[in-house]
Design a protein around this ligand. Structure first.
Ligand SMILES: [Cu+2]
Length: 202
C-alpha cells in the first residue's frame, strides 16, 4: 500500500513537473517567437517605409528629369518652329538677285549706245525685276569709271530723279538697290551721256 502511494506520488509529481516544464518551455518559446516575429514585422515595416520613400524619391527625380527634358524639348522645338517660321517668312519674301553691268569700253565710244545702233552700254540695257528683288549694279568695264544714276538724259542735260545713284563706280565696284514700288526706272551714266538703261519693276 505504501509502495502504491509512493508510485502515485511519483506519477503525480512527475506529471506535474512535466506539465510545468512543458508550459514553461512552450511559453518561453512562444514569447521568444512572438518577440522575434514582432521584430521581424517592425523590420519589414521599416524596410517598406524605406522602399516607399526611395520610390517616391525616384519617381520625383524621374518626373523632374522628364519635366526638364520636356521643357528642353519644347524649347528646342519652339526654336526650330520659330526658325522654320522665320526661314519660311524669308522664303515668302524671297529675294531674287539681279545684276546689271557696264559694257566694256562704253566710256570711250558711243558704239554701244542703242541710239547709235548698239545693244546698249549697260548689260542688260533693260532689266525686268520685281518689287523686293536685290538689284546689284556693277561697273564691269575694266577700262573706265561709270555711274548708274536714276533719271533721264535729254541731249547732254542730265536730270537725276533721286531714286538711286551709285555715284562714281571704279572698275569692279558695286551698288545694291531694292525697289519697293513698281514702275519704270530710267537711269544713265553721269559721265557718259549716251550711256542709258532702264529697270522695269513689276
Ligand atoms: Cu559711264
Amino acid at each position: 500500500m505504501k509502495l502504491l502511494y509512493a508510485v502515485l506520488v511519483l506519477v503525480i509529481t512527475g506529471s506535474a513537473t512535466t506539465t510545468i516544464y512543458f508550459t514553461y518551455y512552450t511559453t518561453t518559446f512562444y514569447t521568444a517567437d512572438v518577440s522575434q516575429l514582432e521584430n521581424k514585422v517592425a523590420s519589414l515595416e521599416s524596410e517598406i517605409l524605406n522602399l516607399k520613400s526611395s520610390i517616391d524619391s525616384n519617381l520625383k527625380n524621374a518626373y523632374d528629369d522628364g519635366y526638364s527634358a520636356g521643357i528642353a524639348e519644347q524649347s528646342s522645338s519652339s526654336d526650330a518652329f520659330s526658325s522654320n517660321l522665320s526661314s519660311s517668312n524669308t522664303d515668302a519674301v524671297s529675294t531674287i538677285t539681279r545684276t546689271i553691268g557696264t559694257v566694256e569700253e562704253s566710256g570711250y565710244s558711243t558704239d554701244c549706245a542703242v541710239s547709235m545702233g548698239g545693244d546698249g552700254c549697260y548689260t542688260p540695257v533693260t532689266l525686268s525685276a520685281n518689287v523686293g528683288d536685290k538689284i546689284i549694279m556693277t561697273n564691269t568695264d575694266s577700262t573706265g569709271v561709270h555711274s548708274f544714276t536714276s533719271g533721264t538724259v535729254n541731249g547732254f542735260t542730265l536730270s537725276s530723279d533721286g531714286t538711286f545713284d551709285t555715284g562714281i563706280l571704279m572698275s569692279g565696284d558695286s551698288f545694291e538697290w531694292t525697289p519697293t514700288v513698281s514702275g519704270e526706272y530710267p537711269y544713265y551714266c553721269m559721265l557718259h551721256a549716251w550711256q542709258v538703261g532702264t529697270i522695269i519693276v513689276n
